[in-house]
Ligand binder design. Structure first.
Ligand code: SF4
Length: 360
């Protein structure tokens, strides 16, 4: 099998790892899979995301690489992958590598191969750009530490919000030992771009479960990013007949994540709007504002924290309002980047406000 065929198979196998809410895969020259646009170190990178091998002894029921699933096996050799990435970097302007793998047996054996690949990428091919290293479940501390020397960001996929949901996904992964313990180690290594993780969202977990785990991950592990993957059944896997999860649910979880990371909301605030432990089917910021605003806020008197809680007003608009002239009409808010129709029910502009506050 030639290297392009391997890149197609292993790049496509790696697509279930999210690296952004709308990570976008683009096929490039010769049909190589696994090229993504992703935010890395404050800029958009084109990242080659691939597995070393698609053979795996774990039994994750959603994954087409799991033991027992039929597939065309493919495995990169270390030098082969490092050289191929060098080609992508120089010929196709690919400026990042996201390296993951199936785990055919002892995770340390495959992790050593991944480390030696990244070492070649760094030392032989002098690549100084972004490397995201996926830590395989069960990898030893010594190897996690070695991998960190060559990586900007590392991650272990948490997959589920707790051990009980994970046990529905896999009988071979141990939530506390294989995942949380390894995440803790990574958090102590002081990586430049920190650590990320990914969770699969499906009917087995509630949003309350997910928010609780996010709170723990951001608080205890100083996680940089939590990515979500709305479950999609994959043909040939034990979960092929499970119901797909809606992208709306995934996007509302991303909304909450964004509000906490950028707007200083607290996860526990969203408990207020949960219904049967699920977020409402509308923008979480709007849902929370409807529940918590006592009446319209005078936009010219509001503090920064009050402004960013108004639907339709984000941090940049809030800063512009505080730095600028008095807002005398809705048009002025529009010019500063505010979404007037969304904000109207919650604001008072120069003594005037929308008459019916209930009509959101
Ligand atoms: S560990 Fe699980 S999710 Fe990862 S490749 Fe193996 S079967 Fe798939």
């Amino acid at each position: 099998m030639d290297v392009f065929e391997k890149a197609r198979i292993l790049g496509n196998s790696g697509k279930y790892d999210s690296c952004g809410p709308k990570a976008c895969q683009v096929d490039v020259e010769k049909g190589i899979g696994g090229i993504y646009h992703a935010k890395a170190e404050h800029k958009t990178c084109r990242i080659f995301k691939t597995l070393m091998t698609n053979t795996c002894s774990f039994d994750c029921k959603y994954c087409s690489n799991s033991a027992g699933c039929k597939k065309k096996p493919a495995t990169f050799k270390q030098e082969e992958l490092a050289k191929f990435f060098n080609y992508l970097n120089h010929k196709l302007d690919i400026d990042g590598l996201f390296l993951s793998s199936g785990v055919p047996g002892d995770p340390d054996i495959m992790t050593e191969k991944m480390i030696s690949t990244v070492r070649l990428v760094r030392n032989k091919y002098n690549f100084r750009g972004y490397v995201h290293f996926k830590v395989l479940p069960g990898t030893s501390y010594e190897l996690v530490k070695q991998a960190a020397e060559f990586s900007n960001r590392m991650s272990v996929n948490i997959e589920a919000p707790n051990s009980s949901v994970l046990s529905e996904f896999s009988s071979t992964k141990d939530f506390k030992n294989d995942i949380l313990k390894r995440q803790k180690w990574i958090s102590q290594l002081g990586l430049g771009s920190g650590q990320a993780t990914q969770m699969i969202i499906n009917h087995m977990s509630t949003d309350k479960d997910v928010l609780k785990m996010m709170n723990w991950e951001y608080g205890e592990l100083k996680l940089k990013r939590m990515y979500f993957s709305a479950f999609r059944p994959v043909k040939g896997t034990p979960f092929e007949n499970e119901k797909a999860e809606s992208h709306t649910r995934e996007s509302h979880l991303y909304n909450v994540d964004f509000l906490v990371r950028r707007y200083n909301y607290k996860f526990k605030e969203f408990n207020e709007v949960l219904n049967d432990d699920m977020l409402p089917r509308e923008d979480p910021k709007l849902a929370l504002a409807k529940l918590t605003f006592d009446g319209p806020v005078d936009i010219n008197e509001a503090s920064y924290d009050e402004l960013i809680r108004i639907p339709g007003i984000g941090p940049r608009t809030a800063q512009r309002i505080l730095a600028g002239e008095k807002i005398r009409k809705y048009e002025d808010l529009h010019k500063l980047g505010g979404w007037v129709e969304r904000a109207k029910p919650f604001i008072e502009v120069d003594g005037k406000r929308q008459t019916n506050l209930i009509e959101f």
